[in-house]
Write a protein that binds this ligand. Structure first.
Ligand code: ADP
Ligand code: MG
Length: 456
């Protein structure tokens, strides 16, 4: 594909995206893409587009790239994708710039769907506490099948999922036809459950899904505990793939020896190489904050270092929390049109800071609950306290309201207070939604059950 053709496909795809976008969101979309004009190269079925500002790049990756890739694939007729890269990365590449032609074979397998676009090696900030994990992941990505399986473990919110998905992206960048499956152990259990429930015809679907892959990324394997049938099935799939030298990456919240799983599965996990990610030290926390700022503001240097230090010192246990706190602070100051100062860190994060220090039993129960819920839905705890109406957040919040009301017997008004709501109508409304959901929607039951199990 020539650069000219790439350019045409890019504009066609953006046009198509505009057609699907609600009228009032089109200006934002246009603004973001106004920075994405130049084509750097076409390689391995990817069209590399240079994006001027890091902020636009982040937004494009996060909100538009999956859909754009689908559109361009249907336009071109073979699997094709866009890669958005920063100006300086492009400069580096330019000296080596060459156009390559490749003959793709048409595959139905869609690897990128399940890989969160922003979880790349480029976006992973390295420090003392995660360097070994990063380097090993990189090695695995460069030569899949050699260190097999890769077992990544560590506490919640430290970057395990990010790193695992980065491996997937890296392999996919080199070979767009690589079949990479990212899934959670929980999804796996669900799939096993589905096929046992409806028998034969689903077994094929199940095996096809898990065996017909080049790379299997399976997240939070500890969730297989007590699911004997799923462990059996996973064991078989593991051996099948391992035998064929297909790379397997497993993450977990603990060392393999401490897993509550069948012995033979544990022993498999120790075949390859275990790496752990530890709590980020201060340097890493600061570097992460600085990097994340680039994706939030056009002028990251507007935020003084002392603010970053204050945030960094208050969120030591999880990068997810750290990131969430930064986002909350920045959004708060921008929305209220107030300067980035340490006083305003206190104001913006007051509620969360207070919560993390509070020790009344009600507060700490709610705090634990919101931790569990945030982790379960892979969202930031602070998002539970935000105004965002994203369906997943609304759903997660409603589950919290329900459990707090029903199990902790706390009044709607108090709950509203806790969640920073002006009045309690949204709380009682959310509560009712869940109550109704529990009557006829299995997913409510599953989610609540899971959360309660975790709380025990
Ligand atoms: P885990 O799977 O260990 O619970 P995640 O991979 O989901 O954690 O990471 C939580 C959040 O923190 C994600 O948004 C991720 O991008 C971010 N994150 C974690 N570590 C890093 C890092 N080293 N650099 C950049 N972002 C990170
Ligand atoms: Mg994870």
């Amino acid at each position: 594909m020539t650069l000219e053709e790439c350019k045409n496909y890019l504009s066609l795809a953006i046009k198509e995206l505009e057609n699907e976008t609600p009228e009032n969101s089109i200006p934002i979309l246009r603004e973001k893409f106004s920075e994405a004009k130049e084509i750097l190269k076409y390689e391995n079925n990817y069209i590399y587009v240079v994006v001027d500002s890091p902020l636009s790049k982040v937004m494009i990756e996060k909100f538009y790239s999956n859909r754009l890739n689908e559109i361009v694939t249907s336009l071109v007729g073979t699997k094709t994708g866009f890669k958005f890269i920063n100006k300086d990365e492009a400069e580096k590449e330019k000296s080596l710039e060459n156009e390559k032609f490749s003959i793709p074979d048409v595959e139905k397998f869609d690897s990128s769907r399940s890989l969160r676009p922003e979880y790349t090696f480029d976006n992973f900030v390295i420090g003392e506490t995660n360097r070994f994990a990063y380097l090993t992941a990189m090695k695995v990505a460069e030569s899949p099948g050699v260190l097999n399986p890769l077992y990544i473990f560590g506490d919640v919110g430290l970057g395990k999922t990010h790193l695992m998905i980065a491996i997937g992206h890296y392999i996919l960048d080199k070979n767009i036809n690589a079949k990479i499956l990212y899934t959670t152990a929980q999804q796996f259990v669900e799939d096993v459950f589905q096929y046992t429930k409806r028998e034969t015809q689903n077994i094929d679907v199940f095996y096809n899904k898990y065996r017909n892959v080049d790379v299997l990324l399976i997240d939070d394997i500890q969730m297989l505990a007590e699911k004997t049938k799923s462990q059996e099935e996973f064991f078989k799939i593991f051996d099948y793939l391992h035998e064929k030298n297909k790379q397997i990456v497993v993450t977990s919240d603990r060392n393999a020896n401490e897993l509550n799983l069948m012995k033979r599965l544990i022993s498999r996990f120790t075949w390859g190489i275990p790496v752990d990610i530890q709590l980020p030290d201060e340097n890493l926390r600061l570097s992460i904050l600085k990097r994340k700022l680039e994706g939030l503001l056009n002028n990251p240097s507007d935020v003084p270092e002392e603010c970053l230090r204050l945030i960094s010192n208050n969120f030591k246990n999880s990068v997810r929390e750290l990131e969430g706190a930064l986002r909350r602070f920045v959004t708060y100051c921008v929305t209220m049109n107030i300067p980035f100062t340490i006083e305003n860190v206190d104001v913006a994060l007051g509620r969360i800071l207070v919560q993390s220090q509070s020790n009344s039993s009600e507060d700490s129960k709610i705090s634990t609950l919101t931790d569990v819920v945030a982790n379960y839905f892979q969202i930031n705890k602070s998002d539970l306290f935000s105004e965002s109406r994203k369906p997943i957040l609304v759903y997660a919040r409603n589950l919290c309201y329900y459990i707090i009301k029903k199990d902790y017997n706390i009044s709607f008004t108090k709950i509203a207070d806790y969640f920073g709501k002006k009045d309690h109508t949204s709380i009682s409304y959310g509560y009712e939604r869940v109550k109704e959901g529990l009557v006829n929607d299995q997913s409510y039951k599953n989610d609540i059950q899971y959360i309660k199990d975790k709380l025990k």
